[in-house]
Every structure is written in structure tokens, then in C-alpha cells.
Design a protein around this ligand. Structure first.
Ligand code: HEM
Length: 165
């Protein structure tokens, strides 16, 4: 394996750690911690965390796609264009699941994110509860994150299956 190939694989792993690690941190650490705070402050911090998480995720997704394409081109060269049925099948399933994760992320950013911002602006900073429909929109945003948290490890295993070939 060339230095370029192993560097691209390493960057690929860094990118997935950034995205999947961010999802895990948000679900296991940040989300529960924010719920311990007063709703007004909690909502503000959660939204600030969402904006940062989404920005970091876009950077990781871009790096995954870039290094993924480089991985594929170099593997294709390595095999003289004979990737084989097994490799192509695994890669197809992996990219389909990646696409599903991308759609979930985009829904969170472009569908629920803007609604959360509008409703946050209508919510007093001193609110004593998580008002509806803001709570529902956060629940839907978190549901998409949980689905991606379930898909991430599957895509990772499929990626490992590619390299083992
Ligand atoms: C959530 C998204 C993704 C995850 C979790 C993921 C995970 C992985 C993992 C763990 C590996 C093995 C790395 C190693 O053992 O060094 C891998 C390899 C690979 N990934 Fe991904 N990947 C993702 C997205 C993508 C995308 C978007 C593409 C294509 C555009 C891609 C193409 C590849 C290829 C071609 C390989 C095999 C490289 C080789 O044959 O040497 N991956 N991926």
C-alpha cells in the first residue's frame, strides 16, 4: 500500500471519528447534561452546541467523501481495475447507508434547525419549561441523530470489510 493510500485511509478514519464521535458526545454527554440546567439556559446552550456540532459534521462529511474517493481510485489502481463483485457489493451497501446518514444530517440542519431557531427567538430566556412546539422539534432533531448513531457503526464495519479484502 502506498504512503498516499495509507495517509488517505488514516484521514478517512479521522473524519469518521470526528462525525461519529460528535454524534456520540452529543447524545451521551452534552444532551443529558443540558437537561439538568434551567430550561431557559439549557435551550440556549443546546442550540449553540447544535450549531457547532453541525459545522464540525459538515467538515467531517466533506473529508469522508474526499478521502473515500481517493481510497477508491487508489484501490482501483492497485487491483488493475478489478475490484471484484464482493468489494463492489460491500461498497454499494456502505454508500447507500452513508447517503441515508447524510439525508438525516441535512434534515436536522435545513428542516428542524431553522424552525428551532425561530421558536427559540419566541421563547423567553427565563422560561421555566421546554415549550411546545419547540420541544417536539428538538425531539425530532435528536431522533435523526439517534438513527445516525445506529447506522455509523454499521458503515464503519462495512468500511473495515473493504480494506480486509
Ligand atoms: C459515515 C461514513 C463512513 C464511514 C464510517 C467509513 C468508514 C470506513 C472505514 C472504517 C474504512 C477502513 C479504513 C481502514 O481500515 O484503514 C473505510 C474504507 C473505505 N471507505 Fe469509508 N467510510 C465512510 C464514508 C465513505 C465514503 C463517503 C466513501 C466514498 C466516497 C468511502 C469509501 C471508502 C473506501 C473506497 C474504502 C476502502 C479503501 C481501500 O480499499 O483501501 N467511505 N471506510
Amino acid at each position: 500500500m502506498t504512503l498516499l493510500h495509507s495517509s488517505s485511509l488514516l484521514l478517512h478514519l479521522v473524519a469518521l471519528a470526528l462525525w461519529l464521535g460528535g454524534i456520540a458526545f452529543f447524545l451521551i454527554v452534552f444532551g443529558p447534561a443540558v437537561h439538568e440546567l434551567k430550561p431557559g439556559l439549557g435551550l440556549k446552550l443546546l442550540n449553540r452546541g447544535r450549531i457547532t456540532f453541525e459545522a464540525v459534521s459538515w467538515a467531517a462529511i466533506g473529508l469522508l467523501i474526499l478521502t473515500g474517493i481517493v481510497n477508491l481510485v487508489l484501490r482501483d489502481q492497485m487491483t488493475g481495475g478489478h475490484l471484484g463483485q464482493y468489494y463492489l457489493t460491500i461498497l454499494s451497501v456502505k454508500l447507500l447507508l452513508f447517503l441515508a446518514m447524510l439525508v438525516h444530517h441535512a434534515l436536522g440542519v435545513f428542516k428542524y434547525g431553522p424552525k428551532i431557531v425561530v421558536l427559540m427567538n419566541e421563547t423567553a430566556g427565563t422560561t421555566e419549561s421546554w415549550p411546545e412546539p419547540l420541544r417536539t422539534h428538538w425531539q425530532k432533531w435528536f431522533m435523526l441523530l439517534k438513527i445516525n448513531a445506529a447506522l455509523g457503526p454499521i458503515v464503519t464495519l462495512l468500511g473495515l470489510a473493504l480494506v480486509k479484502r
